[in-house]
Design a protein around this ligand. Structure first.
Ligand code: TTP
Ligand code: MN
Ligand code: MN
Ligand code: MN
Length: 371
């Protein structure tokens, strides 16, 4: 780090889709604090301040330099009074007392714990908290609580799936799925997406897109792929959602709404021997395998570019792409399509570059989308 912080030459855009954000974060001390605040507001269903802190964190993540005094943030967008007060505390004392207060709060700690279980969202976590439950053993000992299938698997494989997935493990899973999908059809298309496509070293799961060049065959492809994984004995959990995709519908306004493609949320069994360098893990309790969360989405081939862009993330990057399209271009974008409200027509795309071009945006590479 330099002694003086350079003032940014070009102005930083308020939209993450107009910024380049690699996995290198020069302002982690601030963005970690903002993430705690955002999450705390999310637990309290205060969407406004939650998003404000996520946007502020995202701006700081894009900076090629570390903020060393508050003056350096003067020309930056999305940093409000509250964000700046937190930054000032961190600059002065090396920590934020507001953040520390949240971290020691019982409600925050409990909701954080409960929502770390696969299949448990803030709503369920809140419900359990209000019933006086505070720990996993409280939940598992409560006879009136009915866990759904996903939550049962979440508890069963808790240790494994709360441990980060490495790039080598993601690659090993890519090989397994690639092999399985090609048993079904030789011309299958498989692409790694999500955080690993953005160049992250670790992830909470591994995300893939699978499809075929033949329109309409993709639904059956996913079903066959699941059968194949089951036959191999590596399918530990599967929630399969069939396609509800309807091209005549306009792109969704709501970001958090799930897309309508056929998809499945899986837990797969990965042998250490299948991972390059994976033998190191054999020490861990003498087990020869681990459970890993895998997401598969299967869009029709003519929606491929939209699905790839939508599933590559980051979530903040996606939010801002949609916000930019709506606010700056009068267009609606989601994982399925791009609609021009002025021309009243859908804009076709076969690559991600086509979509950026339609939006009049400079192309941002996947590894620059870690907003
Ligand atoms: P995630 O897998 O949740 O996140 P990530 O891969 O960026 O990071 P992590 O290492 O924690 O796994 O989601 C990846 C992208 O997929 C994200 O941009 C949101 C998108 N997505 C959808 O568009 N629709 C969905 O139904 C789901 C589950 C995800
Ligand atoms: Mn992921
Ligand atoms: Mn995630
Ligand atoms: Mn995922």
């Amino acid at each position: 780090a330099e002694a003086t912080t350079p003032t940014p030459v070009a102005t930083v855009s308020q939209y993450a889709c107009q910024r380049q954000t690699t996995t290198e974060n020069n302002n982690k001390i601030f963005t970690d604090a903002f993430e705690v605040l955002a999450e705390s507001y999310e637990f309290n269903e205060m969407e406004g301040p939650c998003l404000a802190f996520r946007r502020a964190a995202s701006v700081l993540k894009s900076l090629p330099w570390a903020v060393q005094c508050l003056g350096a943030t003067e020309d930056l967008p999305c940093l409000g009074e509250h964000s700046k007060a937190v930054m000032e505390e961190i600059l002065q004392y090396g920590r934020s007392f507001e953040v520390e207060k949240i971290l020691s709060d019982e409600r925050y700690q409990t909701l954080k714990l409960f929502t770390s279980v696969f299949g448990v969202g803030p709503k369920t976590g809140e419900k359990w908290y209000r019933r006086g439950l505070r720990s996993f053993s409280d939940i598992l000992a409560e006879p009136s609580i009915h866990l759904n299938r996903m939550q049962q698997s979440g508890f069963l494989h808790y240790g494994d799936i709360s441990r980060a997935v490495s790039k080598a493990e993601a690659q090993a899973l890519g090989n397994i799925i690639d092999e399985a999908v090609h048993v079904i059809t030789t011309d299958a298309i498989l692409a790694l997406t999500g955080g690993f496509r953005r160049g992250k070293e670790f992830g909470h799961d591994v995300d893939f897109i699978v499809t075929t060049p033949e329109l309409g065959k993709e639904g059956h492809l996913l079903t066959s792929l699941i059968d194949q994984l089951e036959q191999q004995g590596i399918l530990l959990f599967c929630e399969h959602q069939t396609s509800t995709f309807d091209m005549s519908k306009l792109p969704s306004h709501r970001f958090e709404a799930m897309d309508h493609f056929a998809k499945c949320f899986l837990i797969l069994r990965l042998e250490n021997s299948q991972v390059v360098g994976g033998l190191h893990d054999a020490e861990e309790g003498g087990r020869s395998w681990r459970a890993v969360r895998v997401d598969l989405v299967s869009p029709p081939i003519d929606r491929y570019a939209f699905a790839l862009l939508g599933w590559t993330g980051s979530r903040q990057f996606e939010r801002d792409l949609r916000r930019f399209a709506r606010m700056e271009r009068r267009m609606l974008l989601d994982n399925h399509a791009l609609f021009d409200k002025t021309k009243k027509e859908f804009l076709a795309a076969t690559t991600e570059k086509d979509i950026f071009a339609h939006l009049g945006l400079e192309y941002i590479e996947p590894w620059q989308r870690n907003a």
